[in-house]
Ligand binder design. Structure first.
Ligand code: PLP
Length: 472
């Protein structure tokens, strides 16, 4: 493809994207494809000869779009609603154009140094203490894996790096029953095993019970385990509950355990001066993850891992063959030393573009509006006798369910599931569910940059209508 053709097709594609973003509401937010249907619409063997780009782009509309669930749709309220802002999209485009691999400082100095600059800006925006080292990972799952690998590395006398874990101390780590599955998954990868994660009970507001944590650590020590890490969550996945980090930090300090904080979703709220307290106690954490791709309008993927102990991360991960040595090794960081992968995308570029385009105040305004919309939705649920809220809403997620008087709990669950299916089939809104106390619970998560009050209102109307139908 010559550059002229690139320019022409590039403009066409950008025009198409512009139209797409402007007309998102024309599409059903949740894809209507059946399993296997998309695949069957593609040829089963690769194209022999190259095809002209216009033809390929036509197939984007014809073959790709029908199989999309539109995460950028303003009616997307499922999971944690995430969205790509326009500056973030352009940042991705630019990163692909540069196509640098930031594995070493030398392989693209700006990739390493812009990462340091943007992560220090973000640290300040979140009110975290100076001196934290930040490194970008793809996802929070990777950040937590890397953090817990560092925690394992920090266990005195363990030598996991040299000897592996066989025949060594039985390690145990802790997280609440509501912690994200990525903590358990990190345990699988690190040889801690599922038994090596002890899940701590939560209180009525789904927050880790610190007294139960302290008791569990004591019991485990007596039973011959070696406790080594606690993951506390600021904004759990099911309900966005906030573990009592200051108290957990005290326990970790007293017991000599690594404290990792999962603020993948909730951390973003600390950009608001009036919400900075959500990260109270996190200044004492050994590591903390927050995901700009969740609630900071940066396109997926971009997760940030902060740590007070970068030397421990390095000790866990640095492995430098001869062909990767450079004269600058002693004076400049090589970010391959702080995670699993060698190659690294230039993710800091899109974060830099988003932070500059919105500014701290622009981001805070949008997050504040999402919190307002969630409070408004919650007030509607509370005022309607046909519904009930199921958990506190410290951020912009509301957990609730429809009431079906006279129905058994199982029947109530089934009807709530049917209600959810009906709303999601409308194409105008997409919500997801969780289980709380064994009961099916609906979640309305607000976080999409394009969501306005009218979209939340429409979702509520759809929910009420579906509940009415479900009650017969
Ligand atoms: N931690 C929390 C609290 C989450 O809610 C999630 C995902 O929603 C994760 C971690 C995992 O995030 P990722 O998809 O970036 O691995």
């Amino acid at each position: 493809m010559d550059l002229q053709a690139f320019q022409k097709e590039g403009h066409r594609l950008l025009d198409w994207i512009t139209r797409y973003l402007g007309e998102l509401e024309r599409y059903p937010v949740l894809a209507r494809s059946k399993p296997g249907q998309v695949r069957a619409s593609f040829p089963s063997s690769p194209p022999g000869e190259g095809e002209p780009l216009p033809r390929i782009l036509e197939d984007v509309e014809r073959l790709i779009v029908p199989g999309l669930t539109h995460w950028n749709h303003p009616g997307f309220f499922a999971y944690f609603s995430i969205s790509a802002s326009a500056p973030g999209i352009l940042g991705e485009l630019l990163a692909a154009a540069f196509n640098v691999n930031g594995m070493l400082w030398k392989t693209s100095p700006v990739a390493t140094e812009l990462e340091a600059v943007t992560l220090d800006w973000l640290r300040q925006m979140l009110g975290l203490p100076p001196g934290l080292f930040g490194v970008i990972q793809d996802t929070a799952s990777a950040s937590t894996l890397v953090a817990l690998a560092a925690a394992r590395e920090a266990v005195p006398g363990l030598e996991a790096r040299r000897r592996g874990l066989v025949g060594q101390a039985r390690l145990r780590m802790y997280a609440s029953e509501e912690a994200h599955s990525s903590v358990e998954k990190a345990g699988l990868v690190l040889g801690i095993g599922q038994e090596g994660l002890r899940k701590i009970p939560v209180d009525g507001a789904f927050r880790m019970d610190p007294a139960a944590l302290a008791r569990a650590i004591g019991e485990d020590r007596r039973a011959g385990w070696t406790p080594f890490a606690v993951t506390a969550t600021v904004g759990t996945t099911s309900t966005t509950s906030i573990d009592p980090v200051p108290r957990v930090a005290e326990i970790c300090a007293g017991e000599g355990l690594w404290l990792h904080v999962d603020a993948a979703y909730g951390g973003a709220a600390a950009v608001l001066p009036e919400r900075r307290s959500v990260l109270a106690g996190c200044e004492r954490a050994d590591s903390l993850v927050m995901n700009p791709h969740k609630w900071l309008f940066v396109p997926i993927d971009l997760s940030v891992l902060y740590t007070r102990k970068p030397e421990v991360l390095r000790a866990a991960f640095s492995l430098v063959p001869d062909y990767l040595r450079t004269p600058e090794d002693a004076v400049a960081p090589n970010l391959m030393d702080y995670g699993v992968s060698l190659g690294r995308r230039f993710r800091a570029l899109k974060l830099w573009m988003v932070l500059r385009a919105f500014g701290q105040e622009g981001i805070a305004d949008r997050i504040r509006e999402h919190i307002r919309l969630a409070a408004l939705f919650r007030s509607w649920v509370e005022a309607d006798p046909g519904f009930e809220v199921a958990a506190p809403s410290p951020f912009s997620l509301v957990c609730f369910r429809a009431r079906f008087p006279g129905a058994t709990p199982e029947e109530g669950d089934r009807r709530n599931e049917a209600l959810l299916d009906a709303v999601n089939a409308s194409g105008e809104a997409y919500l997801s569910h969780t289980k709380l106390g064994g009961r099916t619970t609906l979640r309305l998560a607000i976080g999409n940059i394009r969501t306005e009050e009218r979209h939340v209102r429409r979702a509520w109307d759809l929910l009420r209508e579906a509940a009415r139908t479900g009650r017969g």
